[in-house]
Design a protein around this ligand. Structure first.
Ligand SMILES: [Zn+2]
Ligand SMILES: [Zn+2]
Length: 209
């Protein structure tokens, strides 16, 4: 008696996962959370989006970083800003203050002096810890103000992707969506061909608030 053998899945059937997203400009993200497989992706807004304008203001007024200033604002479902934060590191701020008082010749921390590529070398400097990035700083600010972060969106100015620690912190806080600036991979990516000398970044960082 002949047995009926079900056909094995064809190759096309096993390839129904979505394509790994890239930036609108076609750059590969250095890190993406696993949820991209379920369709998670960054959303993009113009620089003059009011929440992005506020994130930019926070970055330029509160950051302890001179070269790559970042700012985050959290916005709830009613469109209210519930938390704000810039990348602010007490150790970096202290180095900068000492440099400005002429006590040290170089304000750079050990990680920056070592030329660590983006997303690496955090063990070299406590001040570079991801907890001082603008995203967790904004989450802590919302919590300190007693605001519920669940279901909020995060607007990030000054960077073109979020590191794993920051996206983990956002997920733990119930933040679903992250908005970046249109063209952020060109503006804020120091290794982008248009930005190799940091000139676009520098223009954006130095432009008036
Ligand atoms: Zn550092
Ligand atoms: Zn981060």
């Amino acid at each position: 008696m002949e047995k009926y053998l079900p056909s094995s899945p064809t190759e096309s059937e096993s390839e129904d996962s979505p394509e790994r997203p890239t930036t609108p400009g076609g750059s590969e993200y250095p890190y993406l959370p696993e949820q991209w497989k379920e369709g998670w992706k960054y959303e993009y807004v113009p620089l003059d989006n009011p929440f992005m304008t506020e994130a930019r203001r926070v970055a330029k007024t509160e950051s302890s970083d001179r070269k790559q200033q970042t700012g985050s604002v959290l916005v709830n479902a009613n469109g209210e800003i519930i938390g704000r934060g810039a990348n602010f590191s007490p150790l970096h701020a202290e180095l900068r203050a000492k440099f400005e008082r002429g006590e040290i010749d170089d304000e750079r921390c050990e990680r920056v002096k070592a030329g660590s590529p983006t997303g690496t070398g955090y063990e070299l400097c406590e001040g570079c810890s991801s907890k001082y990035h603008s995203e967790p700083t904004a989450i802590r600010n919302a919590e300190e103000l007693g605001n519920d972060t669940h279901g909020a969106s995060l607007y990030l100015w000054g960077h073109w992707w979020c590191c794993k620690d920051c996206l983990d912190a956002a997920e733990a806080a119930g933040i679903g969506q992250v908005y970046l600036v249109e063209d952020s991979d060109r503006l804020f990516n120091k290794t982008h061909p248009d930005n190799l000398d940091g000139s676009l970044l520098k223009q954006e960082v130095e432009a008036p608030v």
